[in-house]
Design a binder for this molecule. Structure first.
Ligand code: GDP
Length: 362
């Protein structure tokens, strides 16, 4: 990332890690995201915006209230976690940043009963190639026969209230998953036994249905990010924004818009931007930055509300002229005080990288 004038550079600050959810179909990716979103809404302070465009931000204080004693907010200086709302490989592989994965960290969801399936292996392969740190959510623990559910509790608490027969069955499934991970070259263990999350993959038993283990899942994600990703999260918050297009959408009253995830700097409502297109970079001026309006206000107004500026990491809808040829997965760069040609050249180079990767994968 080249700053045109390093002297006016603002002090760096830490952004939210971007989290993607992967796994085999029906193993519970959507349910898990819904559960986390639901818990975040319940625990969120009044006025705390958690729903972004295409992503859900769970601020540290909300992570901490969901995770209870597993997360002491004083131990962290990362601001929380940003979950990409569209789970699955396709979004993971098309969403990239500067040649790497857009997601900083991933959750691989595996159904405890169904175990490893073709898309689980595909997901592992993608995570391996992109070198994305991940944890495994061993989901649907509530379906183990005889399970006694304890809504939203940490795994240790609910474990203790199960009969030996039930925990025996769960352990068997969990060790099967750990064995499968090992067959794929990942040294893994139940998360509470993992000392070094850089070397070992942590397995977190959860239920997206009852919320059991969700406190642990958030605590592990937060801990892993804080411990191993802090340096990567250092950004120049006030600098020109950089992001990735999630989706190109026609929006009534706004024409063609792009939904994007901003992973560096800021974007402002009057910025000039360069967006990766089907053929060439598109140069345009932001007309409006839109985020979802809180549910209560939707009846009378548009679904969106305009904001003046957004800082990374965030999901935001950008309305601007000439976005028809914008492309999902392509880069977005704010020009601001930089030379336009320089920014266009960067976007061209990034588009060329995407083309090469797509050809390789095809
Ligand atoms: P996805 O395809 O990976 O996004 O899976 P979904 O989230 O759509 O879940 C597939 C099915 O499994 C749905 O019927 C969910 O209700 C169910 N499901 C997901 N998580 C759980 C869980 O933890 N416990 C139980 N009992 N069912 C679950």
């Amino acid at each position: 990332f080249i700053m045109s004038d390093t002297d006016t550079r603002d002090p760096t600050s830490l952004r939210t890690p971007i989290v993607a959810v992967l796994g085999h179909v029906d193993h519970g990716k959507t349910s898990l995201l819904d559960k986390i979103r639901g818990s975040a809404v319940i625990e969120g302070e009044a006025g705390a915006i958690t729903q972004h465009i295409g992503a859900t931000a769970v601020p540290l204080d909300v992570v901490s209230s969901i995770a209870g004693e597993l997360v002491n907010p004083d131990d962290f200086d990362l601001p929380g976690l940003l979950f990409i709302d569209t789970p699955g490989h396709h979004s993971f592989t098309t969403l990239r940043s500067r040649g790497g994965a857009l997601a900083d960290i991933a959750i691989l969801v595996v159904d405890v009963n169904d175990g490893f399936q073709p898309q689980t292996l595909e997901a592992l392969d993608i995570l391996k190639r992109s070198q994305t740190p991940f944890i495994v959510a061993a989901n649907k623990i509530d379906t183990v026969p005889g399970w006694n559910p304890n809504e939203d509790t940490p795994i240790t608490a609910t474990y203790e209230s199960q009969s030996d027969r039930v925990t025996g069955r769960l352990d068997e499934s969990l060790y099967q998953i750990i064995g499968n991970l090992s067959d794929e070259g990942f040294s893994a263990d139940l998360y509470w036994r993992v000392q070094n999350f850089q070397r070992n993959v942590g397995v977190v038993p959860v239920s997206a249905m009852t919320g059991e283990g969700v406190p642990d899942l958030l605590a592990v994600m937060m801990g892993l990010s804080q411990r191993y990703m802090k340096e990567e999260m250092e950004i120049d918050v006030a600098g020109p924004g950089v992001g990735t297009v999630l989706e190109v959408k026609d929006e009534k009253g706004f024409g063609t818009t792009v939904d994007m995830v901003l992973y560096d700097g800021t974007i402002k409502a009057d910025d000039q931007i360069v967006v990766g297109g089907q053929n060439d970079p598109l140069v345009t001026d932001v007309r409006a930055l839109l985020q979802p309006r809180p549910l209560a206000e939707i009846r009378t107004e548009s679904r969106f509300e305009k904001v003046d500026e957004v800082g990374a990491a965030a999901g935001i809808k950008v309305a601007a002229p000439d976005l028809d040829d914008a492309m999902a997965g392509a880069p977005v760069r704010v020009v601001r005080n930089r030379a336009l040609e320089e920014v266009v050249t960067e976007v061209e180079a990034e588009l060329a990288d995407i083309a090469v990767d797509t050809a390789e994968q095809g």
